[in-house]
Design a protein around this ligand. Structure first.
Ligand code: SAM
Ligand code: SF4
Length: 312
């Protein structure tokens, strides 16, 4: 379905929980989040029903996210429910990978097509610091489990932060030479806790690696590869190269609120709606999608939430 700026909205990012097994400093508050009552977040059935309605409104790609989607009990049921919708061309999931050793195979069987794994450093001490206690080894075990389960086209999400991982850019680029993964450098957005970390433009990657060869872009990413490399390098630049004119997505939080734009505080409650009234609310949300974010002018996001409460 077209929004009022003639963008075709075909991509739903569905947050299935705001809980997480980690507490990354730029995403979650230090104290973590307390578990909320069952009635405060959508049931599995509600999440599938909302997705069905979004698909009826033109969505063709679904990404499950969070918080950490793999800590949601019933995640496989949600995956099966979404994968069963024949109009859905791609079902993806963004994860910190910690639960992949147990879940990679069942996720594959449940119909998940592709994974994005978040990893901002290759150094165990830094990983423990940034995630407030995570063990890097477990991410590698998760990546290995994903490959063994038959997942291909896995992307590594690396949020660039000045003074934290700028000296690891070459190591990450090198991963794309050795492994068939796409390493995606993502610019930090000043949203929630993210406003306290140090921004680094993704262009830095190109400046320090002039040997990168351009590939065809995909979605909102500029893409490159190393000569002879097995994988690719992607740049996601919400701050330096605003991609709002190409934005094709809407988001739904675990509480069942439709967010037409990540950076707007506009939220449309979907819980309790069914059938045509649910579809109508989604259509209204799509129509109301703002033209673009204003973070470069204001220096902050108007999301009104941390990333773990929306889903990246
Ligand atoms: N727990 C899962 C994970 O970490 O992959 C999924 C949810 S997490 C919120 C999704 C993505 O958002 C992660 O890649 C994370 O690095 C990214 N993210 C979180 N806060 C961000 C920020 N302020 N700016 C840019 N990316 C951010
Ligand atoms: Fe959890 Fe992902 Fe946020 Fe890290 S980035 S705290 S893994 S939701």
């Amino acid at each position: 379905m077209l929004d009022r700026h003639a963008r075709n909205i075909t991509y739903l990012r569905l947050s299935v929980t705001d809980l997480c097994s980690l507490r990354c400093r730029y995403c979650m508050p230090a104290g973590g989040v307390s578990k909320r009552g069952r009635d405060e977040i959508c049931s599995l059935e509600e999440l599938v029903e909302i997705t069905r309605a979004a698909v009826d409104c033109g969505v063709r790609k679904v990404r499950l996210t969070g918080g950490e989607p793999l800590v949601r009990r019933g995640i496989l049921e949600i995956c099966r429910g979404v994968a069963a919708m024949k109009e859905v061309e791609e079902l993806c999931l963004t994860t910190n990978a910690l639960a992949l050793p147990q879940l990679a195979e069942p996720l594959k069987e449940a119909g998940v097509n592709r994974l994005n794994v978040s990893l901002d450093t290759l150094r165990p001490d830094r990983y423990a610091y940034m995630t407030r206690g995570g063990r890097l080894k477990e991410v590698f075990q998760g990546l290995e489990a994903a490959a063994n389960a038959g997942f291909t086209g896995t992307k590594l999400n690396v949020v660039l932060m000045k003074g934290f991982n700028d000296d690891e850019i070459s190591d990450f680029v090198d991963i794309s030479r050795l492994y068939p993964l796409e390493v995606r450098f993502i610019e930090l957005m000043p949203i929630g806790e993210g406003a306290h970390a140090q921004f680094l433009p993704a262009e830095t990657v190109l400046e320090s690696h002039p040997q990168l060869l351009p590939l065809e872009g995909s979605g909102v990413a500029r893409r490159y590869r190393l000569p002879g490399g097995r994988g690719a390098v992607g740049l996601i630049e919400p701050m330096s190269r605003c991609f709002c004119p190409q934005c094709d997505r809407v988001r739904v939080t675990a509480e069942g609120k439709l967010k037409p734009c990540l950076h707007s505080n506009q939220e449309i409650p979907l819980r309790g709606l069914h059938g045509e009234s649910l579809r109508q609310a989604i259509r209204e949300g799509i129509t109301a999608k703002p033209e673009r974010h204003r973070m470069n002018e204001t220096g902050h996001s108007d999301a009104g939430r941390n990333m773990h409460q929306i889903g990246g």
